[in-house]
Design a protein around this ligand. Structure first.
Ligand code: M6R
Length: 607
């Protein structure tokens, strides 16, 4: 969703802002803008559409000589994407860029209208900007003006602001939205996402809630809510800039699929040593007491949770519920004192997942976050953290992050199996070895044969609808495979429990309807073959993803993708990679914007 970049230094700020905005593009946006000082006055340029349009407008306006500015990519919430709704917003005295939502914008707006303010946009942000302007006009000093405004503002925000009379300074503050300050050799950055500044620096300070950061060419100062200067520890980002570049691949998505084996090894190997498994920072005594697990997550992370449920229940015989995080608060979940809530998220900033975690905490239940983004809100707020080490995932479609989430859940399942005594120690160590060694190798093998996935993708890419059927864990895999095709190919897909089709949905199967069937589970193979026959009898064209070596009748499918065989329980890794490849090649050959599918944002920071 929205992204913020700010720079104040000794060099021209605009090229730096534009590079920062370009690094933020992956988050998803519909418009962009910059604000800057020019000869002591505040100026802005903003434009609906992609960054090249903003750049043309900047060139036309002729913005060359400014060393301090802020920039923003907007993903519309309040007000349609348009030039006028784009950020920055404000007045000739105050300009701000904002991520998040001002919940009481309507009351603030009526108050300001009564004070003579006129509004140009439909955004909630404009009300915050003008409220800050109202107090700034009254007080004449930015920090106090911001404080006064924040007493009124309700909602979530990360804001970077420029004030007239304070040339060269960026004021930044946040609540429930990420924002960091990053010093570099030639100035100071403010950003909502470390990826935006990795080209210039990997050092950063966290801005705590309640603080106001003031960045200028000489450094960054933090002022507490009591008005005191706060000393902070400089952090080092673990992500490097090459992870935010395509490195010769056509898209981030295909690059990130190729990074899956390496990401898995990086995540899992440090946690497995001398027959022991570490689950994030959870101690064995903590784990022993848990009787039930509740997984909360969204989208692909939710699908990882569905597979995690199968793994934990079958290996450790521990009961697991999986919830859409967006539903968790509305179903009055039954949580016991010996329960563990696991929140899964790549970004660690997904608003629904955060809200679910907060509810669990409110109910006094222990929480574990499986999260990829270090220092993210979910990581900060959870009782324990299991960091996945996928590195930055830029493509909106989640691929390698899904694989490391699966890896984390399998490791948790094996750990619980040991704690609960449901598997013998040598079996746990055999499976753990396979997870860390054989699975990455088999994913590499899958990548070596990607051309067959491309062939199948091209054959079916022009269809309007597809069905995905499977049983047990394969049904969960269907959900993820269908999501991948839907989000980047815009083909309507329906994932279905194969045995359920004949209870209604089979009426949608007609001559030529493509049905993807997944068989990685021996126990359901025979039943799946009957279900495939049922759809074939109604004219379906069947694309079968099946573990190599599994016996299937000849002529059962129109196209078969054989999955490299590893331990049956770990087949979701291999099938996951294959179905991601099929989705990628469909989108690519349809000519879609693979990494930035329409309407979608990478981090969904609104509920
Ligand atoms: O950052 P998160 O893992 O919390 O994101 C959750 C979903 O928004 C995300 O997995 C989404 O479904 C992906 N675009 C799917 O590819």
């Amino acid at each position: 969703m929205c992204g913020i970049i700010g720079f104040s230094g000794t060099e021209n700020a605009v090229p730096k802002l534009m590079q920062g905005l370009s690094a933020l593009e992956y988050r998803g946006y519909d418009s962009a803008g910059v604000a800057y000082f020019e000869n002591g006055s505040l100026r802005f340029v903003k434009e609906k559409g992609r960054l090249d349009k903003l750049q043309s407008k900047i060139n036309a306006v002729g913005v060359f000589d400014t060393t301090c500015g802020i920039g923003h990519t907007r993903w519309a919430t309040h007000g349609a994407p348009s030039d006028v709704n784009s950020h920055p917003h404000g007045t000739e005295n105050v300009l701000i860029v904002h991520n998040g939502i001002i919940e009481n914008y309507a009351q603030i707006k009526s108050f300001l209208i009564s004070k003579g303010y006129v509004f140009k946009s439909d955004t909630d942000t404009e009300t915050a900007a003008k409220l800050i302007d109202y107090h700034f006009t009254e007080i004449g000093e930015p920090i106090e003006a911001v404080r006064k405004a924040l007493n009124t503002i309700e909602g979530s925000y990360a804001v970077a602001a420029l004030f007239s009379g304070h040339e060269g300074k960026i004021f930044a503050f946040r609540k429930d939205n990420p924002l960091i300050a990053a010093p570099s050799l030639d100035g100071s950055f403010i950003t909502s996402d470390i990826s935006a500044v990795l080209k210039f620096t990997n050092k950063y300070y966290e801005i705590s809630e309640g603080e106001i950061a003031v960045a200028d060419k000489d450094g960054i100062t933090f002022v507490s809510s009591e008005g005191n200067i706060v000393q902070k520890e400089l952090q080092t980002a673990l992500w490097s800039v090459d992870k935010t570049e395509k490195c010769g691949f056509e898209h981030f998505m295909i690059k990130e699929i190729h990074e899956e084996p390496e990401a898995l090894v990086r995540t899992l190997s440090p946690l497995v040593y001398e027959g022991n498994i570490a689950v994030g920072d959870l101690k064995d005594d903590d784990l022993r007491q848990f009787e039930k697990i509740h997984i909360v997550a969204c989208g692909t992370a939710y699908h990882a949770g569905l597979i995690g449920k199968v793994a934990i229940e079958s290996l450790a015989r521990l009961n697991v519920n999986v919830y859409y995080a967006s539903e968790f608060r509305y179903i009055n979940p039954i949580l016991g004192e010996n329960d563990l809530v696991i929140a899964i998220s790549q970004s660690g900033e997904t608003a629904d997942t955060l809200a679910a975690l907060r509810l669990a905490k409110l109910k006094g239940v222990r929480t574990l976050a499986i999260v990829n983004n270090e220092g993210s809100a979910l990581a900060r707020e959870a009782y324990s953290v299991f960091y996945t080490k996928a590195g930055p995932e830029i493509s909106v479609a989640s691929t390698k992050a899904y694989h490391v989430q699966l890896g984390a859940l399998y490791l948790i399942a094996l750990k619980f199996a040991g704690i609960k005594g449901t598997l013998a120690a040598d079996e746990i160590s055999r499976l753990t070895h396979a997870l860390v060694n054989d699975v990455p190798d088999k994913i590499r093998e899958t990548l070596d044969h990607k051309s067959h996935c491309e062939y199948v993708a091209k054959k079916y890419m022009n269809v309007k609808n597809m069905f995905f059927i499977g049983r047990g864990v394969d049904r969960a895999q269907c959900e993820e495979a269908a999501l991948k095709v839907k989000e980047i190919s815009y083909i309507h897909c329906e994932a279905y429990a194969a045995g359920e089709l004949k209870h209604g949905t089979i009426s949608l199967i007609e001559d030529g309807t493509p049905v993807v069937a997944i068989i990685t589970s021996m126990t359901t193979a025979d039943k799946m073959i009957s279900n495939i026959e049922e759809v074939k009898a109604r004219g379906a064209r069947v694309i079968l993803f099946v573990t190599e070596g599994l016996s299937i009748p000849s002529g059962i499918a129109n196209d078969i993708i054989y999955l490299s065989k590893t331990e049956e329980i770990f087949m979701p890794f291999i099938c996951g990679t294959s179905t991601q490849l099929m989705a990628y090649y469909m989108s690519l050959n349809l000519g879609h914007d693979v990494d930035k599918p329409r309407n979608l944002a990478k981090s969904v920071t609104v509920e």
